[in-house]
Design a protein around this ligand. Structure first.
Ligand code: FEO
Length: 172
């Protein structure tokens, strides 16, 4: 069973995950528009991951007999300065999400809501991976700098990313 406060906080997090999906979809669209198909693929996989994050919360609220309440999703930017700009914004956004997850865990502890605390641990671990991926790609993009060939090589690498469906993913 969820307290009203916890239900509201989880619904807010659900909205943040939906915004994350929307943000990465916008980055995928802009990457396609600028001819970077590998970046477009990477961000579309990230969109799918964020939808998974959102739907896990959706199912959890339902499983706990709570009420899912959907709110408006904020509009993301439609243009970005460069691939590096997109990944720097991605990392900044993921840091914001990590902080948000940590605050949810704090609330679960204060409320002695052990079930929600355990549920949230998956997200705590996931955020380490998310920030790690972004840091790695940012480092590579900084090495490449203004070199077009280097950028196309990174684009080729990012084209290889595939979404792992929930049933086959760890911790699900
Ligand atoms: Fe759902 Fe990228 O955190």
């Amino acid at each position: 069973m969820l307290s009203d406060k916890m239900q509201e906080a989880l619904n807010t997090q659900l909205n943040k995950e939906m915004y994350s999906a929307y943000l990465y979809m916008a980055m995928s669209a802009y990457s396609s528009y600028t001819g970077l198909k590998g970046f477009a693929n990477w961000f579309m996989v990230q969109y799918q991951e964020e939808m998974l994050h959102a739907m896990k919360i959706y199912s959890y609220i339902n499983d706990q007999g709570g009420q899912v309440k959907l709110a408006a999703i904020e509009q993301p930017a439609t243009e970005f300065e460069s691939p590096l700009d997109m990944f720097e914004k991605t990392l900044a956004h993921e840091k914001f999400i990590t902080k948000s997850i940590n605050e949810l865990v704090d609330l679960a502890i204060v409320e002695k809501d052990h079930a929600t605390n355990i549920f949230l641990q998956w997200y705590v671990t996931e955020q380490i991976e998310e920030e790690g991926n972004d840091n790695e790609i940012i480092a590579r993009l900084k090495l490449v700098g203004e070199d077009g060939n280097g950028l196309l090589m990174v684009d080729k690498e990012l084209a290889a990313r595939v979404f792992t469906p929930p049933a086959a993913s760890e911790g699900d």
